[in-house]
Design a protein around this ligand. Structure first.
Ligand code: F6R
Length: 636
């Protein structure tokens, strides 16, 4: 056995999280879960267990390949793991003690049986997490060599590339393939002539190898192996693993054997699935900078936003005389921000509707109207119905969705996919941020197309958008301060959020988050509107969260804050760094990085999410699964 036990206790588990998240920073996509098993148990059952703990990484399709006496048997199915279980029950493949598995978050190619992993050739079967950036060039070359392709995935290209390089030495073929592949990947591979061995390699995507008694594993993440063993190895960039029952060998990118450190996990299976966080919501709040970069980066060309990769040519953005944004809940709040951005930058009239209202108000839609539908799940019944209505009326429909292959994504004329990754907490956080990022880029595009912005001005704004992503990291650093402050909300019954313009749109989201998970009754009010009736509800027992990030509206917002302060309200002020505001008007001040006013919603929402999160935890609420709610609302 070629490994080195550490003489000191294994590194603490935080190392694993640092590893995963630091690596993820470099990853363009962390979606998909992969696993490999070889040992004395039924491989299918180990693989299913492991995939169910990796399902948080994606659940568009799942598949496994098993090393049976008759060769490699592959079974895969679109949709949740349960669909695969049912397919397995029907297919009844021969018993096997070695195999690989995959759970998919679709990136290249819609979720379907055909696009599901593993991708197999006569010589091998392979599962993949990551993106092969040069897959089109490789596909052309392989086609010229006589290979044919069944799916639209980059992974099938990688499988066929490896097939073309394999001449009986798996390590040599994998090392050679690495030199030809661009992008990020973690592969687990079975070679038809190498029974009982799983091969794996990583560059840019996370991968561990692990061993127990007479059994070994490879996986994207520690939770997959925890029921069987706690000893694992973190593969470094370019390293290749060959795992056989009870034995792990690691090679460098040149194919030379290398020593490795063995780590020991000490946390529970439950904790591990949440990546060490107490709740998925907290994990997803923290993932926002990364999710934003995933969504924005592939859509910047020459410093300007480009939706060519989404099949939306530049000419598309010209000629709309009205825009209607339609969505529900949090997605609608992203639309409220979008409306302000588009009107301000592109000078095109925009309406923003709640989907369930839109349908019944007989909206005026023509062929020159762009209907922009926003949905994380892509399955929300009211948003889907609004989309169908818009299409019937002859309007052009553009959907912004997080789930590839969802109903809204399939039925809209055009789709922009957000790349937030799977959002598991019922309360939406990272999906909102990435929806905002698309709103910015759409507004920039429309503004250039309508002649309101020059390309250079647009470049400056695009650079500012990337700075705003950095600012979300700084907002995350306010976590401890927020946690301490919200202790006063432990037994609270009512609260108001106030803001003007973009801050009002943002307050609506902050208010929804807080009421949804902490069960405190709260309302977001346009700061100038409160005095027209609702201010009668303000007392010493009704605190106010005042959002004041807009320089142009600052004086007016501050006078509204004074109105509530003088009626006894405990005010938490969220403002931009450096704003000169009389300390008499607030009890506590939280400062956001000083960006251009336009971009303040991005760091701003992080603070509002943290307020909701810490308040809900303090009150003992079920943060990830608040009462009466479901993640995807498929009823009208
Ligand atoms: C709130 C929340 C909901 C959803 C709404 C629309 O935290 O998640 O308000 O935003 O149900 O869902 P999607 O975006 O899936 O259409």
């Amino acid at each position: 056995m070629f490994f080195k036990y550490l003489s000191v206790p294994a590194r603490p588990d935080e190392d694993f999280f640092t590893y995963i998240f630091c690596r993820a920073e470099k990853d363009r996509f962390i979606m998909c879960g992969i696993v490999g098993y070889t040992g004395s148990r039924q491989a299918a059952s180990v693989l299913f267990d492991a995939l169910s703990s990796l399902e948080y990484r994606g659940y568009d399709s799942a598949g496994i390949s098993l090393f049976t006496d008759a060769g490699i048997a592959t079974i895969k199915s679109q949709g949740r793991l349960q669909n695969l279980v049912e397919k397995m029950q029907q297919a009844q493949p021969a018993a096997a003690s070695c195999g690989i598995g995959h759970t998919r978050w679709a990136t290249h190619g819609e979720p379907s049986d055909l696009n599901a992993h593993p991708h197999a050739t006569e010589k091998l079967s392979l599962v993949h997490n990551g993106i092969i950036e040069n897959y089109q060039q490789l596909r052309q070359k392989l086609t010229m060599q006589g290979y044919t392709f069944l799916s639209r995935t980059d992974t099938e290209v990688a499988a066929k590339l490896l097939d073309s390089l394999y001449e009986g030495d798996p390590i040599a073929a994998i090392c050679k393939a690495q030199t030809l592949l661009e992008g990020s990947f973690a592969f687990a591979i079975l070679f038809a002539d190498q029974p009982q061995t799983v091969y794996a390699v990583r560059r840019g995507s996370p991968l561990i190898a692990a061993m127990g008694k007479q059994e070994s594993f490879v996986a994207s993440d520690v939770p997959a192996i925890l029921p069987y063993t706690r000893d694992y190895i973190l593969l470094e960039e370019g390293q290749v693993a060959a795992v056989s029952p009870g034995n792990v060998e690691i090679y460098n990118a040149e194919g030379e054997p290398v020593a490795f450190e063995l780590h020991t996990a000490t946390w529970s299976v439950e904790q591990a699935q949440k990546g060490g966080y107490d709740y998925f919501m907290r994990k997803e709040i923290c993932e926002q900078p990364e999710a934003l970069l995933h969504t924005i980066h592939p859509r910047i060309a020459d410093g300007l936003p480009s939706f060519e990769q989404d099949g939306i040519p530049d000419a598309f953005w010209k000629g709309f005389n009205r825009i209607s944004i339609v969505a529900c809940g949090t997605a609608m709040h992203a639309g409220m921000v979008g409306r302000i951005l588009i009107e301000r930058l592109a000078r095109i009239p925009v309406e923003c509707d709640i989907a369930s209202e839109f349908r019944y108000r007989n909206p005026i839609l023509t062929k020159d109207t762009l209907v922009l539908l926003i949905s994380q799940s892509g399955e929300t019944a009211d948003t889907l119905a609004a989309l169908r209505l818009a299409r019937q009326c002859g309007a052009t429909t553009l959907a912004v969705v997080n789930v590839t292959g969802s109903s809204i994504a399939r039925e809209a004329d055009y789709v922009i996919h957000t790349y937030a990754g799977p959002e598991i907490a019922v309360a939406s956080t990272k999906a909102y941020s990435v929806q905002l990022s698309v709103m910015y880029m759409v507004a920039f595009k429309l503004a250039v197309a309508s002649g309101q912005l020059t390309a250079d001005q647009c470049r400056t704004l695009t650079a500012s958008l990337l700075q705003a992503v950095d600012a979300t990291k700084q907002a995350l650093a306010l976590d401890a301060e927020i946690e301490g402050y919200v202790k006063r909300y432990k037994t609270l019954k009512d609260l108001f959020f106030l803001g003007r313009g973009l801050d009002y749109a943002l307050s609506m989201e902050g208010s929804l988050k807080l009421k949804e998970i902490s069960y405190i009754h709260c309302e977001a009010y346009a700061a100038g509107e409160l005095k027209h009736g609702t201010i009668s509800l303000i007392t010493e027992n009704v605190p106010v969260v005042a959002v004041a990030t807009q320089q142009a509206l600052l004086a007016k917002t501050v006078s509204n804050i004074k109105e509530v302060r003088s009626r006894g309200a405990d005010v938490l002020l969220i403002c931009k760094e450096g704003f000169d505001i009389d300390p008499e008007v607030y009890g506590k001040r939280l400062e956001l990085p000083a960006l251009d006013d336009l971009f303040m919603p991005l760091p701003g929402v992080v603070v509002l999410q943290l307020i909701a999160y810490h308040t809900a935890v303090l009150r003992g609420c079920d943060v990830d699964k608040p009462r009466n709610l479901a993640k995807s609302v498929t009823v009208e």
